[in-house]
Design a protein around this ligand. Structure first.
Ligand SMILES: [Mg+2]
Length: 193
């Protein structure tokens, strides 16, 4: 009798910029004079922060977020549709913490998951890491992310990436964000083995 080997791909789902509207929360938190969806590089937010608050540094930027900041980040407008789109694959949330090492970022993110994604919280379907998320990449590992660097590094480490079009990545010119995610998802998850 032939042995049948089923390989299933594990899907990972980024939070900031995909499910949670981190950029909008940052701009509000610091009252920055900028429109998030006009930025061609996410890191410009930090430049604008340093220009707005003279003498402040990149570390100050990251250290300015406390537990409640992380808890109160709004969902992105695509959040619920993306979750519905991927639910059949039982994804695991994969997110990293800010450079502030007092634990408020990890704790706040965990509470955010409990508040907005109670099923993921109850099932323990999340990884909150403190380093480069590509350490989790590899064969049959799929990541949905809005960061060009995370996407590139994920592919480099042997996994397959799905890029969420945002002005700050190379798919920034795509108008229909959900359609572009869906096309990539279909291509990657429905490959024949
Ligand atoms: Mg992100």
């Amino acid at each position: 009798m032939d042995r049948i080997r089923t390989i299933s791909k594990q899907l990972f789902l980024d939070m900031d910029g995909v499910l949670s509207d981190f950029g909008t929360a940052v701009i509000r938190h610091y009252s920055l004079p900028v429109e998030l969806y006009e930025l061609d590089s996410w890191w410009k937010i930090i430049d604008i922060y340093c220009e707005t608050y003279e003498g402040k540094t990149v570390n100050d930027f990251w250290n300015g977020f406390d537990y409640l900041f992380w808890v109160n980040i709004p969902k992105t407008k695509e959040c619920d549709t993306i979750l519905a789109m991927v639910e059949q694959y039982k994804p695991v949330l994969l997110t990293t913490c800010s450079s502030k090492r007092d634990g408020s970022s990890a704790a706040g993110k965990l509470t955010w998951i409990a508040k907005y994604l109670p099923d993921y919280y109850a099932d323990g379907r999340y990884f909150i890491g403190a380093s480069d998320k590509s350490v989790v990449s590899g064969e049959n590992k799929v990541l949905i992310d809005d960061s060009q660097d995370n996407y590139n590094n994920w592919w480099r480490k042997g996994g397959e990436g799905i890029l969420v079009p945002r002005p700050w990545n190379l798919m920034g010119d795509k108008v229909d964000v959900l359609e572009v995610i869906y096309e990539q998802l279909e291509n990657i998850m429905e490959e024949e083995y």
